[in-house]
Design a protein around this ligand. Structure first.
Ligand code: PLP
Length: 377
């Protein structure tokens, strides 16, 4: 991307890092054979897959013995909800009202198949009350929740939820969507107690179209794809070897860099929050600092529609978003609606990454100043 462009939409996707690109190309050229083939080139490709799974386990937690490579986190969440949640006698699925559409809409689909679903409300800025969730989970087969929220940056205390569920719903599977947490939090600690974890490469400087569902112990979901014995029969289809190699390189990169990047993002987050303070309630942080991961700042916008504001920012070559990219056609964030925000309030998500600098934050603030309506006295 040209230097003059200010990309502040890392929660939607990230540019591919050079070392990730190198790993992708190396596997593309060197491990091109079918990883299920028994000949030497096939064995080599199979080894690349296994090493990639090892790297993902290292980033997410060694408890997760099975790593099912998927087309992304949407698929991983679908497999978890349908494949783990509907497998047994109990068919009650529980999540929060603000979880990702790949969880929420899959729950709706499960309801059409006869399951019960419960969507648990959250606090005014997206706080998930784990005790409330655990109470709602009595009799549930599956509880699905985000680790870091994709629009708000808020963090769910997964270990506390797992502990609470051990009392109220000991048989329930706890599935977590850690898409926005990889590279931002110490994942093995933050997914402690989860049965399964969804992650995706393109949020961590990897390519699109590759993700994974990590499964604790012997957990075995019903597959969604049939017609091959790959991945222990859990996901038919020839694996994406270069994608897996790239995902592994990306997971290694963001895990190694995390402490340094976190410090920088903390500083940039502060800079942004201090800067927007001048805009009053026209553009103001929704979630207080310290309650969201650094670098993912949800701002409430008043006085003009989000799409108009974003269009004005874009004229300054500053790119942010009005919430989740998968529902970008909606002009207003569905999450804001779920939080019960007034209809004239919009959401602007500023999400920074490893390449974000002070100058980028300042450019955003200058573009925002020029794009907001005049303050009324
Ligand atoms: N879950 C969350 C929290 C996300 O932010 C995204 C990103 O769009 C997804 C799931 C879907 O991931 P993918 O694009 O790999 O299907």
């Amino acid at each position: 991307m040209p230097d003059a462009e200010i990309y502040l939409d890392h929660a939607a996707s990230t540019p591919v890092a050079p070392e990730v690109r190198a790993a992708f190309l190396e596997a593309l050229d060197g491990a091109w054979a079918n990883p299920s083939s028994r000949h030497a080139p096939g064995v080599l490709a199979g080894r690349v897959l296994e090493r990639s799974r090892d790297a993902l386990r290292e980033a997410v937690g060694s408890r997760f013995r099975r790593v099912v490579l998927t087309s992304g986190a949407t698929e991983a969440n679908n497999v978890a909800v349908l494949g783990l949640g509907l497998g047994g006698r109990k068919r009650k699925l529980v999540t929060t009202v603000i979880d990702h559409p790949s969880v929420l809409e899959t729950l709706q689909h499960a309801v059409l198949q006869g399951a019960d679903a419960e969507l648990v409300p959250v606090g005014p800025t997206g706080e998930v009350d784990v005790e409330r969730l655990a109470q709602a989970a009595v009799g549930a087969s599956l509880v699905a929740v985000h680790v870091v929220h994709n629009e708000l940056g808020t963090v769910v205390d997964v270990p506390a939820l797992a502990e609470a569920l051990s009392h109220t719903a000991p048989e329930a599977v706890l599935h977590v969507d850690a898409v926005q947490a990889l590279g931002k939090l110490d994942l093995p600690r933050h997914v402690a107690g989860a049965t399964s974890v969804a992650v995706t490469a393109h949020k961590v400087y990897g390519p699109k179209g590759i993700g994974a569902l990590l499964l604790a112990g012997e957990t075995s979901p019903r597959p969604l794809l049939f017609g091959g014995e790959q991945q222990d029969g859990l996901r038919a289809g020839t694996e994406n070897v270069p994608g897996a190699a790239a995902f592994a390189a990306a997971a290694r990169l963001v895990t190694a860099e995390r402490p340094v990047v976190r410090e920088r993002l903390l500083r940039l987050d502060r800079r942004l929050r201090e800067g927007v303070a001048a805009f009053g309630d026209r553009l103001a942080p929704l979630v207080p600092a310290g309650r969201a991961v650094p670098g993912l700042v949800a701002l409430t916008l008043r006085g003009l529609p989000p799409e108009v504001f974003l269009h004005r920012l874009e004229q300054h070559r500053v790119y942010a978003s009005a919430g989740s990219a998968c529902h970008a056609r909606l002009s207003r964030s569905a999450v804001l609606q779920a939080l019960g925000a007034p209809a004239d309030v919009g959401l602007i998500r500023v999400s920074m990454g490893r390449g974000t600098t002070d100058d980028h934050v300042d450019a955003f603030l200058a573009a925002a100043r020029a794009s907001l309506p005049e303050a009324t006295a």
